[in-house]
Design a protein around this ligand. Sequence first.
Ligand SMILES: CC(=O)N[C@H]1[C@@H](OP(=O)(O)OP(=O)(O)OC[C@H]2O[C@@H](n3ccc(=O)[nH]c3=O)[C@H](O)[C@@H]2O)O[C@H](CO)[C@@H](O)[C@@H]1O
Ligand SMILES: C=C(OP(=O)(O)O)C(=O)O
Length: 418
Amino acid sequence: MDSFLIRGGKPLHGEVSVSGAKNAALPILCASLLTAEPVMVTNVPRLRDINTCLRLLGSMGVQCFWHGENQLALRAEEISEPVASYDLVKTMRASILVLGPLLARFGEASVSLPGGCAIGQRPVDQHIKGLQAMGAEITIEKGYIHAKAKRLKGARIVTDMVTVTGTENLMMAAALADGTTIIENAAREPEVVDLANMLVKMGAQIEGIGTDTITVHGVEKLNGCEYQVMPDRIEAGTFLCAVAACGGQIVLNNADADSMDATLEKLRTAGLKIDVEGTRIHASMQGRPKAVGARTAPFPGFATDMQAQLMAVNCVADGTAIVNETIFENRFMHVQEMVRLGANIEIEGHTAVIKGVERLDGATVMATDLRASAGLVITALAAADETRIDRIYHLDRGYDKMEEKLRKLGADVKRISE
Ligand SMILES: CC(=O)N[C@H]1[C@@H](OP(=O)(O)OP(=O)(O)OC[C@H]2O[C@@H](n3ccc(=O)[nH]c3=O)[C@H](O)[C@@H]2O)O[C@H](CO)[C@@H](O)[C@@H]1O
Ligand SMILES: C=C(OP(=O)(O)O)C(=O)O
């Protein structure tokens, strides 16, 4: 199992490029199931979750080939069986994203129930409810969702809460349904917009993209296309939090500042100087950050996927910050580990109170999930001496060459395998 050894306490200086967004690439790859024609996806990040997704699609007979570092050719001309097995789904919850496309194009699908995970229970009842409204017959047996529908029918669906992958699954299913589907209370996340734009390129008819009411007029067939995945706003935000916590001056290339308003606003309040110039973000920080509170919320609110990283900034900030996690019931697991590095954080229910300290010290800590790992990396970069972060495989799910990029910014980060 790999670990990171980080010798912290140095400001960051230099330039890095932001990779393609994991949470846009995963649904986009799954959308290739909607057509028999070739699909070419560019700006795909090299991540463990992307490999899992390719294994999943490959297990169904989808042809998947890398062309160079970040370009993927996919073709789901026909598939062997519309099944997503527990082995793969248990390592990546986003595997649920094959349910809508399989059902819409092949009339059936069996997908393992994702189950709970470290950050919360994460049920998929809204995905199921929406597909049932579209006429799917769904049974749950032995831990699998079995879905059947000769052809899905358009329907009006109101989801109980804003769900990102739920909206994506229903939008993909609706693209090939008979008639019009209206998804109310739809997620407005930029990754949902990216998927919708790709579906439109495939010939889907979608209105209200980026709003909370998405209307999809189903078509008989979709075509292949070439599509470039959007830049990862969470990866970009993670680097900005790192410079806010450690000081220094960095430039992010290939970034999409328009998708990052809430994060940029928080970091500006913390004292980070941010200038956007097209796809480049210049950021500089002098002295300690100021404490900045946040409440996670669906887009355009402050993203839950940035909560641990902002917490890391608050650990070394001047003042006290209150952070509320409203999306996932158990997304404070990084707190215990940050405390091991000397942070002063108290949790009550879904609220964390962080009293910034002037100095953090290195220790051995354990990564528990993807963004908790990112939060720990930032805390370790800001700590005075060496920190070892175990179970870094969580980080590898969602960050492309994190240690190389940090080294480019002058950080002292080593990966060790034991
Ligand atoms: C691959 C991907 O894109 N993952 C992102 C996606 O996850 P994901 O799509 O799984 O998260 P959702 O938006 O669905 O979850 C939001 C909330 O709704 C609840 N819920 C969701 C669906 C459902 O059927 N029933 C239900 O109760 C969840 O438990 C959670 O409390 O959005 C999350 C919220 O922005 C991000 O943290 C994840 O990084
Ligand atoms: C929680 C995340 O991913 P997933 O939904 O794939 O678990 C994330 O990207 O922070």
